[in-house]
Design a protein around this ligand. Structure first.
Ligand code: KGJ
Length: 308
């Protein structure tokens, strides 16, 4: 994979302390004959001075958030924290019209297990962004789907152009979204817009996304990169320790939402009825077979619906 190791990053920084360091495409020095070839990297990571850019680079799969892509994203963020990058831009490759298609639907479990647990790679990535010490800026051109909307909303800023649209689509899959994700949406857009987004699964377009606080800066496509880089440079000049500690306080205080153990257990019990249902299996089958889903709303144990 072409995400450099921390040692490679540190060496690159040491070689050119005053100038612009770029480490895209640095490869591991491991002898290729010792291990089977790693799959091609699904992200690209570059460091220029104190500013880093992580590019989602799997347009063939519309940057679906597979375990591999998310592991690489988490690893890149860890390495950028070690070299003290002061601002991180998260973007899709130039020309991509889908920023990310969300959770890799092919990797959702089909065996009755909770599809989005605490240890799911998507959840790990969301936490890695929220806990990253430097500000993370999502630069959005194009559509953002499902868990990718949660990912973008977990960033500290969203800079977008008029092509940006954001959808959260678990009801298209019969999937029970999880409590931390729903909390994130309520905190960012309020319960009213969260209901609109979750119940319709329809994309919110750029203007409404700006009005309801999803997008911080809505700019012309021709200015998207310049505006984002300018913001990153301004952030990189601020006191990094103060930013890191204020970011962590905002995270902890906005997540400080006391829920009793009983309530949490009730939420988990309700969710399990959904991922154990035939609707969940139908939602995934319909996506894989490229057809509209036919949902019945039957709970586990209900008799199968009669064919019409
Ligand atoms: N997971 C896995 N594979 C995907 C996904 C995905 N989310 N999205 C796209 N792909 C695959 C397709 O199966 C195609 O594979 C290829 O990427 C190009 O997609 O048939 P293959 O070539 O083998 P496609 O559909 O041909 O591209 P477009 O026509 O450009 O349409 C792009 C769309 C993003 C509109 C479309 O792919 C789409 O609707 N994807 C699913 C979007 C979605 O609902 N994502 C939410 C997933 N759910 C969640 O994230 C969560 C957490 N949730 O709770 O629901």
């Amino acid at each position: 994979m072409n995400v450099p190791t921390a040692a490679e990053l540190a060496a690159a920084l040491a070689e050119d302390p005053d100038g612009l360091n770029e480490f895209a495409g640095l490869t591991s020095t491991t002898n290729a004959t010792e291990e089977p070839a790693a799959p091609p990297s699904l992200i690209k990571c570059e460091l220029t001075g104190h500013m880093a850019t992580i590019t989602l680079a799997n347009d063939r799969r519309r940057n679906a958030l597979s375990g591999q892509l998310l592991d690489e994203l988490v690893s890149a963020l860890e390495q950028l924290a070690r070299v003290r990058a002061r601002a991180v831009v998260l973007r899709a490759a130039p020309g991509a019209v889908v920023w990310s298609a969300g959770h890799d639907i092919r990797e959702l479990p089909r065996d009755g297990a909770d599809p989005i647990t605490y240890h799911d790679p998507l959840e790990r990535a969301l936490r890695a962004i929220r806990k990253h010490p430097a500000p993370v800026i999502a630069m959005v051109h194009g559509s953002v789907w499902g868990g990718a909307t949660d990912l973008a909303l977990s960033c500290d800023f969203i800079v977008a152009d008029q092509t940006a649209q954001f959808a959260i689509t678990p009801v298209n899959l019969g999937l029970p979204y999880n409590a931390s994700g729903i909390q994130n949406f309520i905190a960012r857009v309020g319960a009213h817009i969260a209901r609109q987004m979750f119940f319709t699964a329809e994309p919110i377009h750029a203007e409404q996304a700006r009005e309801c606080g999803i997008i911080n800066y809505l700019v012309d496509s021709s200015q998207l990169q310049a505006h984002t880089n300018d913001l990153a440079e301004r952030l990189a000049r601020k006191a990094p320790l103060a930013i890191a500690v204020i970011k962590e306080q905002i995270r902890m205080l906005s997540e400080a939402n006391p829920v009793s153990a009983t309530t949490f257990e009730r939420i988990e019990g309700l969710r399990s009825q959904v991922y154990a249902s035939s609707d969940y299996q139908e939602g995934i089958n319909a996506f894989l077979e490229k057809r509209p889903a036919k949902f019945t709303g039957g709970k586990p144990g209900d008799p199968a619906p009669a064919e019409h």
